[in-house]
Design a protein around this ligand. Structure first.
Ligand SMILES: [Zn+2]
Length: 405
């Protein structure tokens, strides 16, 4: 914590640099400090390694559940506080919200108040959900900025595990209505470099891995509204290359360890004598909304292909009918949702309908009202791998240039 109260009720904040170590030492010998939330005594820590702060005695923890604050968390919190202040947002540090017993790192008042959480430590998904729901129940919009050390990336891929994927936000300020543009992003902050980093334009390629564009911004040059409505340049050529790179890998190098869902899917294909790795090019198409399904688009679209080619004889399906299929276990389906509590909702059927629309656009399916059928020419026919790889590139070009039907 960076704030405590004194015996006489005055608040003391360590955020500004107005205190010297000597002054604080003198204050410490003279005064007692209390937690503004639970009123228990707290200690003033004036170490050399960490930023100066107050802390509860380990035997006497706060009623507000918090994680221990690392040096990075403390200095990041202070940076973000100063930054929002300089930008006229009248931030309140560590404001306690008694109704929900939560204390966001930074509270920004307004018509729609904002709770900024700078999250460096790991949270369970349940805890994350609880805190997010707490804020939402008070009409507060939570924004989670992840500690820089949490950022995991290799080339154009970003990994978001556990609660991290739930911090994904949706930017309404998306100038591009390009079919492959994605308004989904997560936000990191690096206090040592005073740098905000967006992993933006997220397209999932597995449960935890996404194609992402990294966009960096010096904190002083950024504005707080950009945390909610960033706008990013988009290159369709780069995206198509990256997407097909992932798809090619899926065709040529089956993963050594199969997730349960993929194993199940391969079994279904095997039983029906479908060659799994030579799936048609219209399996594994990208769209911004496919982030709402947890499985890779290649997998759930593979299932749609299987069910539409080997389902009932007349072969006409609605999105809702497809949504009812693909049960893997008790409560699991191929269409398992990715929890995105900070993003606008999409129903599973809506997402499937988008995919069926893409199939029509590619001439792979016919549409009659709400029902869709795969064209028979597309049902069979296995092609050589290099043929398929060429097709993979072609379908993206087609999706990009053909008008919607
Ligand atoms: Zn306390």
């Amino acid at each position: 914590m960076l704030i405590a109260t004194l015996d006489d009720g005055r608040r003391i904040s360590l955020v500004s640099t107005k205190f010297t170590r000597d002054q604080l030492n003198r204050l410490r010998s003279r005064e007692r400090f209390y937690c503004p939330v639970c009123r228990s005594p707290v200690r003033l820590r004036l170490g050399n390694k960490k930023k100066w702060h107050f802390s509860h005695h380990p035997k006497d923890p706060c009623i507000v559940e918090t994680e221990p604050e690392s040096p990075i968390h403390l200095s990041g919190k202070e940076d973000l506080f100063q930054w929002t202040k300089v930008n006229g947002r009248m931030p309140e540090l560590e404001r306690y919200l008694p109704e929900i017993r939560q204390r966001p790192d930074i509270y920004l008042p307004g018509i729609r108040p904002i709770a900024l959480e700078y999250q460096c430590s790991t949270l369970s998904e349940e805890k994350f959900r609880e805190r997010t729901d707490g804020y939402t129940s008070l009409g507060i919009r939570p924004i989670w900025i992840l500690g820089g050390a949490r950022q995991k990336k290799s080339r154009f891929l970003a990994r978001l595990s556990g609660f991290e994927s739930q911090t994904i936000q949706f930017s309404k300020r998306s100038p591009s209505c390009h079919p492959f543009f994605s308004p989904y992003y997560v936000c990191y902050y690096y206090p040592a470099e005073k740098r905000i980093c967006f992993a933006a334009q997220l397209h999932p390629v597995s449960k935890t891995v996404y194609i992402a564009r990294e966009i960096n911004q010096v904190l002083s040059a950024a504005r707080p509204y950009q945390l909610m409505m960033p706008s990013f340049p988009f290159s369709s050529e780069t995206f198509k290359q990256d997407w097909n790179d992932c798809k090619r890998r899926r065709r040529l190098n089956p993963p050594s360890h199969l997730a349960r869902e993929e194993y199940w899917l391969r079994m279904q294909a095997y039983r029906l004598r479908i060659n799994y790795s030579s799936f048609p090019s219209f399996v594994g198409l990208p769209h911004r909304d496919y982030i709402h399904f947890s499985l890779s688009p290649c997998l759930w679209q593979m299932w749609i292909y299987i069910i539409m080619t080997h389902g009932p004889a007349d072969g006409w399906f609605t999105a809702d009918m497809l949504m009812q299929t693909g049960k893997i276990g008790e409560n699991e389906t191929v269409f398992v949702r990715r929890p995105l509590p900070l993003c606008p909702r999409r129903s599973g059927a809506e997402v499937i309908r988008t995919y069926l629309g893409q199939l029509v656009k590619l001439g792979a399916a016919d549409r009659r009202g709400d029902t869709y059928r795969l064209r028979s020419a597309r049902r069979t026919g296995e092609s050589a791998v290099d043929q398929l790889l060429k097709q993979d590139r072609l379908v993206l070009d087609l999706l990009e240039h053909e008008p919607d039907q």
